[in-house]
Design a protein around this ligand. Sequence first.
Ligand code: NAD
Length: 359
Amino acid sequence: MSKTYNIALIKGDGIGPEIIDEAVKVLDAVSSSEDFDFTYDEVLMGGIAYDMTGDPLPDETIKSARSSDAVLFGAIGGEKWDNLPREKRPESGLLRFRKELGVYSNLRPAIVYDELINASSLKAEVVKGVDLMVVRELIGGLYFGEPKGRDENKGYNTMVYTKPEIERIAHSAFEIAMQRDKRVCSVDKANVLDVSQFWREVVIEISEQYPEVELTHMYVDNCAMQLIRDPKQFDVILTGNIFGDILSDEASMLSGSIGLLPSASVGSKIGVYEPIHGSAPDIAGQGIANPIATISSAAMMLRYALNENNAADKIDAAIKKTLSEGYRTKDLAAYDAKEICSTSEIGSIIANYAAKCKL
Ligand code: NAD
């Protein structure tokens, strides 16, 4: 019997509506050749939610997300709302949303498409074939530890991880590795920090439940260097909040373009799938935004939230085919483009390929 997945859809501000529309187009196209379909519950967040309800995160949005199978999210924010009080700003709505959903695991893949190899600032032979995933702990560690504070003579934060916090993020990384190349590199600073020594011990303990996955360890300073020297050595990088914040931004730039990269924030129940870029107000409404990061986020949603790996593979293959045939949005026009397409045109090309894809 065919399944129906219920997706909470948050378009947000700026280019958000344009890119989400293309992701929905591709999801519907791929589901036509699979044994499932979607219902979408479109709810508000960000500046548009503030304009319409006075709250950047209305209760209805949290309710819809909680009763969904997954959340597909565009982007929020823009100058128009920058001078509002902090709690009314679009960004506050997003942070509150992540906390409400308890999404502790931030997944940031860095993929380098062969067709766009020249878009990277690194040499082609270094980045060709890169396909890695940073799994960053998102709601603990240095950014949340107590005590924290400042006075006229000092400022301080505390890096603390409890055993359950490490266990759950480690499980997240090992489970993802099981769906990939089955290699986890845990990144810490265990040569200096007690919290990292503890992190390492707990990760080793959890690894015993995943005998098929190879576990290695690396100090964070070395990892920062290795990502530039030889990024292809990595499959899954597992790390804490601050190290992951820095390393995932470093890794994302291997591909050379912000319009391409997806992300997922996952936790105990509902995951949030979204592009890594913002609402790009400078290009909103012009039909030139690149929807690939959002379409690729939808593929992550299929893979990690819905366990529809076949459909996710079809979308990934459709994106590759579209790029290899030279279709580009304006942001990638300088890299081997044969035809420059609008947001909607490139969405339709990917949707068409995804629907016809035979794996
Ligand atoms: P941005 O990512 O929106 O844009 C940076 C640059 O990249 C811009 O020149 C933009 O045109 C370009 N760009 C971004 N996405 C693109 C795409 N898909 N296709 C083509 N070009 C693209 O970052 P910003 O300008 O610093 O922030 C704009 C707003 O977005 C701010 O209000 C910020 O707070 C918000 N923001 C939201 C999120 C989110 O919703 N998760 C994340 C980051 C920033």
